[in-house]
Write a protein that binds this ligand. Sequence first.
Ligand SMILES: Nc1ncnc2c1ncn2[C@@H]1O[C@H](COP(=O)(O)OP(=O)(O)OP(=O)(O)O)[C@@H](O)[C@H]1O
Length: 387
Amino acid sequence: MNTMTTTTETTAAATAATVLDASGVTMRFGGLTAVRGVDLTVREGEIVGLIGPNGAGKTTFFNCLTGLYVPTEGQVSYKGTVLPPKPHLVTKAGIARTFQNIRLFSNMTVLENVLVGRHTRTKEGLWSALLRGPGFKKAEAASVERAMELLEFVGLQNKADHLARNLPYGEQRKLEIARALASDPGLLLLDEPTAGMNQAETRTTEELVFAIRDKGIAVLVIEHDMKFIFKLCDRVAVLVQGEKLVEGTSDVVQGDERVVAAYLGEPFEGAPGAEEVAEVEAAEAHAEAEAQASAEAEASAEAEASAEAEASAEAEASAEAAPEAEAEAEAEAEAEAEADGASEEEAPEAEAAADETPADEAPEATDAPAADADAPAADSTTEGDTK
Ligand SMILES: Nc1ncnc2c1ncn2[C@@H]1O[C@H](COP(=O)(O)OP(=O)(O)OP(=O)(O)O)[C@@H](O)[C@H]1O
């Protein structure tokens, strides 16, 4: 794979402080390298997109950033400090995330879900919570107030006491964002925030992400909705087969033929292996053409054979039927002549009748096509057997 990257950054973003710095992140699962040597930075005030075809390694990379996976190689720094690969320590440091598959406490209320997200920022310890002293009550009231602010921010203030599981899908995604924001992050990672949303919900989420950035929180977002990504992001990185293929502004990435090729599953010009792929494709096309030609030849041979068989069956039938009918007619005529005591003058009449008889008796010959009718049946049985 061509790993040359194209980076175009706005001047403002280039001078902003780095929030996230992932360097040389590699993640292997046995023999599979899901992420290979990926570098990525996110600066203050930026919305950065991470895109790539299914299985490109996007979520695995997120899991490396948030401590769910310990990268095989590389390191992740947040605001200049290398992060330990432990999810709660990463959250405490200032990185929050949502998940591709929504992970809410479904039997808890909307408000309680946000309060859970708040726990890394509350100082009250276990004893304080158990004894419910004044310190705890004050902290609890502050947490509830902050949680309600966040619910208002995402538009769920009227659903605070609803069970999370009763929210429509789009609102569950919003609740996940509110819960992530409850840990007061400096960087929010969103994994497919618009998955399963209709257009109106997607537009609302777009506005929500801009509003989050306006609050001073940098955003790194994985999404398959390209319209959403290109409208939203200051910068987009493209992962393909675990490697970063391209990185740049939306315009640069959209115009890069390697990205289009990667999404279409086609080799891009100059891609290593493009020649081999072309060779394989040519060989496949040749094999297909040959197969078709031989199928056609077989079909026409079959048609010829069946026409021949039909003709010979008919000929056989008529050959069999004719002498029989003739003999029968002759015998009948003789019998009649004998029975009637017909004179020799009458005999020609009887002969003439005998001559006509084969035509009348011809229906016996219709037995022959029955053999034809059986033939396809035998064919279809054979087909059935091969299934
Ligand atoms: N825990 C794991 N063990 C083994 N292989 C894994 C594991 N997690 C991911 N993979 C593999 O790593 C590769 C990258 O998967 P990943 O889910 O990161 O891709 P993705 O770009 O997020 O895909 P999608 O867009 O479909 O969510 C895939 O081949 C996947 O099967």
